[in-house]
Design a protein around this ligand. Structure first.
Ligand code: PEP
Ligand code: CO
Length: 450
């Protein structure tokens, strides 16, 4: 795929400096787990990843919109069918609103079934008197504030693999078994609109969707018997941070001979591990999945173009998604140069807005939080930058849960600083709760219509 392609292999990343890798206490035990995992069935198939690349290619061309959403960090403890169902439900509800208002299909990609590893800004954290190794996600260690819990344990890779398989199995059942029926999802949205004062602001959009559905029905289109209205394609993604885990799940496709990281349909590189000469870029350059790369406010247009050359030299639309996470106060100054640089270099990319990671603040009570209004403001800035540069604002990437948590401030329910303590459950970053997420989709719908 590139100049160094002849020397690429699933393990060639080991020759490059790799940031954010755990210090496994016993390298032999870690390698033994990787060996075991490398014989296990893939979670996804190459053909599915290819289908997602093609669909994202439509996003790159301005003919579809991407909704990528889910947990900041999935948990081994909060693992159950209800939580998976409720997260999917919220994403489906958001997608219907976005599809209606953008007038193009919404590509649905979860941060789910593999989102278990977290990059950290410091290798240690101090809790009270104790300085401990940082929590790096359930793929690596446990969040309990004891020295023993924080020791990286390679057996967690196997647990993450198994949890991902069951999660994916349930998602496949829900999305192909009638749960995603358009009529049903719309009914949930109507319930949202009817059940809160803020929601009533969105009555007009909900009524318009309702009329469109009634019109379709009158024309003889029945959602229950139309596969494309009764089922949806739902894809999985995560930050491919711990490269041993990704290497062990990388397989050569028997049809094409290409390599795919079969841990998820799409994988992305975080803001902290996107050095052009680093191990993550090396690994990602050789797998054929659709891939993402975060870009923060310090990224330059030259860096962005260099990433395009290295990660998508064949300029395949849908192969590369740039997920920008600038912060509401920086997006309008920082984003246009990146859009113009990549556009002028002729590289097809999907541009998605992550309005979460540039807008994290500390609440009075000490919790990490985000304001709903900042999140919406970054999305608005993202749209106006694209408008100015003549590029397509291809999608949004958000951290959410279907649960009724109190982690982000504001939104339909007006969660206040003082409310954060009541149901603050995230293991890492603050997530939008179910109602805040749907509220966001309706608010974005209003932006799209303007
Ligand atoms: C994340 O997506 O959870 C994350 C850590 O983001 P970033 O790499 O943009 O900081
Ligand atoms: Co996060």
């Amino acid at each position: 795929m590139n100049a160094s392609a002849s020397s690429w292999s699933p393990r060639s990343w080991r020759e490059f400096p790799a940031g954010q890798q755990p210090d496994w206490p016993d390298e032999g035990a870690f390698e033994a787990v990787l060996k075991q995992m490398s014989t296990m069935p893939p979670l996804v198939f190459a053909g599915e990843a290819r289908a997602l690349t093609q669909t994202l290619g439509q996003v790159a061309e301005g003919e579809a919109f991407l909704l990528q959403a889910g947990d900041c960090a999935e948990s081994f403890d909060a693992f159950g069918a209800d939580a998976i169902r409720d997260k999917l439900k919220v994403i489906l509800q958001m997608a219907v609103v976005l599809t209606y208002s953008s007038g193009v299909p919404t590509v649905k990609v979860g941060r789910i079934a593999g989102q278990f590893a977290k990059p950290r800004s410091s290798p240690t954290e101090t809790i009270g008197e104790l300085t401990l190794p940082s929590f790096r996600g359930h793929l690596v260690n446990d969040i309990m504030p004891t020295a023993a819990a924080r020791v990286p344990d390679p057996n967690r890779l196997l647990q993450a693999y198994h949890q991902s398989t069951s999660t994916l199995n349930l998602l496949r059942a829900f999305t192909k078994g009638g749960y995603a029926d358009l009529h049903q999802v719309h009914t949930w949205n109507q319930e949202f609109v009817a059940s809160s004062n803020e929601g009533q602001r969105y009555e007009r959009v909900a009524d318009e969707i309702d009329r469109a559905l009634r019109f379709m029905k009158a024309c003889g289109v029945d959602t229950a018997t139309q596969p494309n209205l009764h089922e949806v394609d739902f894809y999985t993604s995560h930050e491919a941070l711990v490269l041993g885990y990704e290497e062990a799940l990388t397989r050569q496709d028997s049809l094409t001979g290409d390599w795919y990281d079969c841990s998820a349909h799409m994988i992305w590189i975080g803001e902290r591990t996107r050095e052009i000469d680093g191990a993550h870029i090396e690994f990602f350059s050789g797998v054929r999945n659709p891939i993402g790369c975060k870009l923060g406010p310090t990224a330059t247009a030259e860096e962005a173009v260099e990433l395009c050359e290295r990660l998508n030299p064949e300029r395949i639309p849908g192969r590369l998604t740039f997920i920008t996470r600038m912060g509401a106060d920086k997006v309008e100054a920082a984003l246009p140069a990146l859009l113009a640089g990549v556009r002028d270099a002729g590289h097809p990319v999907v541009w998605a807005c992550d309005p979460m990671h540039g807008n994290t603040i500390t609440a009075t009570g000490g919790q990490k939080t985000r304001r709903f209004d900042d999140i919406l403001a970054e999305i608005a800035g993202f749209f106006s930058a694209h408008d100015a540069e003549g590029t397509w604002p291809g999608g949004v990437h958000v951290e959410l849960t279907g649960d009724d948590v109190t982690e982000c401030l504001g939104g339909a329910e007006a969660i206040l600083d003082a409310d954060l303590g009541s149901r603050y459950e995230t293991m890492c970053d603050p997530r939008l709760n179910g109602r805040q997420s749907i509220d966001l989709a309706f608010a974005v719908a209003e932006l799209l219509r303007d």
